[in-house]
Ligand binder design. Structure first.
Ligand SMILES: Cc1cc2nc3c(=O)[nH]c(=O)nc-3n(C[C@H](O)[C@H](O)[C@H](O)COP(=O)(O)OP(=O)(O)OC[C@H]3O[C@@H](n4cnc5c(N)ncnc54)[C@H](O)[C@@H]3O)c2cc1C
Length: 445
């Protein structure tokens, strides 16, 4: 009977809602989206009406919806790789024209591409994450190049489609930017409502490590001795000259334009591997590369590019129109090198290990304890991870749990998480032998 469960008694009850909000925008939906006490957008049933099977099938974490392979098989053709999905071309590079790169999170390609689609009249508007009216950031619509450029950069902040999808003018053509599961939810919506299929012309995915709750930003603000309420703008990706691209900083603008800057490395707990303030759903997602998107763009975490603090993108192009548009501009507005699927894998190897091999182990543990989990392309198994990886995964689960449990006291969170962070460091950086040596040394004293 497990596969027959509706969203309320599976995804929502078990905490796997990512907050995309697609289930809330369809007619006769019992759901609204709300920011819960953990600072995560989640669907909440408010009407006493039964959820239809169509609504259940819109959720990327439901067991009633097609998986990313099934969706992509209907959309794309050509070469396919088991890690990155379909692809026509693979690139690493940056935008050389204007200030797209300096104002972007990495190479500035997302904003350049959106601007290009608008200026060449391929779209009328862009749906992406902008300055918020109630929260710090939210999904909104940009119709001019200036607006698109003003809203560049990654926001590690909870967002939902629930309002912006209601603002869509079905006579217009849009490009939409989202993390992989959000793009998948739009593909599912488009299958059930052809108006969205027609209006949402280009789907641009960001590579995604994981989504953060609002507590993440609150936590950084507190490290800066600020209250989140006084923060007006947050730059999560400040590039630091002479530092590698992955050693960036964060800048909060508060009060009368007062700016507070901190380097990531100097804020306890900001290592992405720890997964503090991560949505649970992200630990049960196997789509690192946005496999249902027309194009996926991320950071080139590769030795050749990482030392350049100005930032470099990786691109997986699945749509031939976008491929031609991009290739027409290489050498004039874009500086790109061709990559192989292995290069793309290497640039996100940590993400793949956590979300493919690691997921296999997480599914095994959850099933062992009789817990409901979303059906994934990865199978539950004890055999896809080494002992060291298993330890790392268990510690990550604990750290995610602690960051939810102690989100009202960051000092307690720090105290409680430190022993786990220590053991994580040993396993992650050094391995089991080092742990034994450290233990021996401690015992000798
Ligand atoms: C939550 C999150 C996790 C990520 N994890 C990884 C990762 O593990 N590995 C990796 O290589 N890259 C990751 N990225 C992508 C990376 O941070 C850059 O966004 C990407 O390299 C594009 O850079 P750019 O300079 O081309 O984009 P820019 O030109 O700076 O444009 C960024 C665009 O993304 C939109 N945007 C910002 N935040 C969000 C959001 N939360 N949801 C949807 N749209 C948004 C903006 O509105 C803007 O249009 C992540 C991004 C996010 C938001």
């Amino acid at each position: 009977m497990e596969n027959q469960l509706d969203l309320s008694s599976s995804v929502i009850k078990e905490g796997y809602c990512i907050g995309c909000g697609v289930c809330s925008v369809v007619e006769d939906s019992p759901f609204i989206m709300e920011l819960n006490e953990n600072g995560e957008f989640v669907a909440k049933a408010v009407l006493n009406i039964k959820e239809s099977p169509e609504i259940t099938g819109l959720c990327p974490f439901s067991n009633q919806s097609p998986n990313e392979d099934e969706i992509a098989n209907e959309l794309f053709e050509g070469r396919k790789d088991s890690n990155i999905g379909f692809f026509q071309s693979l690139y690493a590079g940056h935008v050389s024209k204007g200030d797209y790169r300096s104002k972007g999170s990495s190479g500035g390609t997302v904003t350049w591409l959106l601007g290009k689609l608008l200026s060449e009249n391929e779209i009328d508007a862009v749906i992406h994450v902008k300055d918020g009216k109630s929260g710090l950031y939210e999904y909104g619509i940009s119709t001019t190049l200036e607006e698109i450029q003003d809203n560049s950069k990654s926001k590690y902040y909870p967002v939902t489609f629930s309002n912006v999808l209601r603002e869509i003018d079905f006579q217009k053509r849009y490009a939409v930017v989202g993390v992989p599961c959000f793009i998948t939810s739009l593909r599912l919506l488009a299958k059930s409502d052809l108006r969205f299929k027609k209006a949402l012309k280009f789907h641009i995915s960001l590579v995604c490590g994981h989504f953060k709750s609002e507590m993440f930003t609150k936590y950084i603000a507190s490290a800066m001795n600020l209250d989140l309420e006084e923060v007006q703008n947050f730059d999560y990706r400040v590039k630091i000259p002479n530092k590698p691209a992955n050693k960036y900083g964060m800048r909060a603008t508060s009060g009368k334009g007062k700016e507070t800057f901190m380097q990531n490395e100097s804020i306890y707990g900001l290592n992405w591997g720890y997964g503090l303030f991560k949505y649970k759903a992200c630990d049960f997602c196997d789509d690192v590369m946005g496999e249902t998107a027309d194009i996926t763009i991320g950071d080139a975490w590769l030795p050749k590019y990482i030392e350049d603090h100005r930032g470099t993108n990786i691109l997986v192009i699945r749509n031939s129109f976008l491929r031609d548009l991009i290739e027409r501009n290489i050498g004039t507005e874009l500086v790109y090198d061709e990559l192989t699927p292995q290069d793309i894998y290497n640039s996100q190897s940590g993400g793949f290990r956590h979300r493919h091999n690691g997921l296999s182990f997480r599914l095994y543990i959850y099933k062992l304890f009789g817990k409901w989990t979303p059906k994934k392309r990865v199978q539950a198994s004890l055999n896809n991870t080494s002992f060291r990886q298993k330890m790392i995964i268990l510690i990550r689960l604990r750290l995610r749990g602690l960051s939810r449990q102690h989100s009202n006291s960051f000092s307690r969170l720090k105290r409680r998480s430190k022993p786990y962070v220590f053991v994580y460091f040993i396993f992650h950086k050094l391995g089991l032998r080092a742990l034994i040596n450290v233990t021996k040394r401690i015992l000798r004293k």
